[in-house]
Ligand binder design. Structure first.
Ligand code: NAP
Length: 294
């Protein structure tokens, strides 16, 4: 079994971006600028957005954090998005999800300028991804592709089973694994809560990508020998004995599944850190595109 070490690979990617940014500075060019909007005080969201902003600072990007109260109206958020769309200094921005219930998430995503949509959630970018056009690939699926590529995992002709069909992970992952090229050229089965015989389907998978958010869902007896196992799940399990009052776990029974898998991602330290690294990569891409246009 080989560990797909997202922490190590994400650090490599960040070093590569740091070097690129240092060269931009030497040439007197503007460095990439990422803005993040967060609405409300959700603990996990604040942690994610905080680490995205800190990562920007470490690698030499400029960053802006826009914090809005949980009572923010849809109109107020749309106005802020309009400001960021028009702000020439900002190359890309994200709106941290989930949003409070008074706000229509789809409306918000639609309001983001596709050229600044470094999360790759806008229908224009999602459509381009589905059509194999150059675009911003959503950071988590992009991170999984990068891990497969850097560990030279063969995907051609393999049966990939994706568990979960969210717009940010499962659905795009199923499209990307089935596209022409590498990583890709897989035969993909996309499963969800209504899938019948899911255990049997998973047992036929050469590659399993689990993105449902149910701790210990994927057990050793469900996967075939030498399967590649990608665990996207991140669940906070309350535990008073831990300093933070919780611990983080994925969807996979890592201890037992790792004995059968050929490659496996740990949680934490697998897909999670890759997601941030690829958001930074998308922001660099946004800067390069804006420079080319101006
Ligand atoms: P989500 O919106 O929470 O949806 C979960 C998906 O799993 C749905 O499609 C649901 O099916 C499916 N599902 C739920 N129970 C199932 C079951 N028993 N059998 C089969 N399918 C089932 O998905 P998400 O936003 O992609 O999040 C999934 C997990 O990934 C969460 O733990 C989240 O925290 C984590 N995540 C991690 C990262 C990272 O950077 N590592 C990034 C994003 C998300 P239906 O569609 O039928 O309801």
């Amino acid at each position: 079994m080989e560990l797909l070490d997202g922490k190590k690979i994400s650090n490599q990617i960040k070093e590569e971006i740091t070097e690129t940014v240092a060269k931009m500075k030497e040439r007197g060019e503007k460095v990439p600028h990422l803005a993040a909007i967060i609405v409300g005080n959700d603990g996990a969201s604040l942690t994610y957005v905080g680490s995205k902003v800190r990562s920007c600072e470490r690698i030499g990007f400029e960053s802006t954090l826009v914090q809005m109260p949980s009572t923010t109206s849809e109109l107020e958020l749309l106005k802020k998005i309009d400001e960021l769309n028009k702000n020439e200094a900002v190359d890309g921005f994200i709106v941290q999800l989930p949003l409070p219930e008074q706000i229509d998430t789809q409306k918000v995503i639609m309001a983001i300028d596709p050229d600044k949509d470094v999360d790759g959630f806008h229908p224009t970018n999602f459509g381009k991804m589905a059509l194999d056009m150059s675009t911003f690939i959503p950071a988590t699926p992009f991170g999984i592709l990068e891990l497969l590529e850097r560990y030279k995992v063969d995907t051609k002709g393999k049966h990939t089973v994706v568990i979960g069909r969210s717009h940010i992970v499962g659905r795009p992952m199923s499209i990307l694994m089935g596209r022409r090229g590498w990583p890709g050229n897989s035969t993909v089965t996309l499963t969800h809560s209504h899938t019948k015989n899911i255990t049997q389907i998973i047992s036929q998978a050469d590659i399993v990508i689990s993105a449902l958010g149910v701790p210990n869902f994927l057990k050793a007896e469900m996967v075939k020998d030498d399967a590649v196992v990608i665990d996207v799940g991140i669940t906070r399990v309350p535990d008073e004995s831990r300093p933070k009052g919780y611990y983080i776990t994925g969807d996979v029974d890592f201890e037992n599944v790792s004995k059968k898998a050929s490659y496996i991602t740990p949680v934490p330290g697998g897909v999670g850190p890759m997601t941030i690294a690829m958001l930074l990569k998308n922001t660099l891409l946004a800067r390069e595109r804006h420079r080319a246009k101006s």
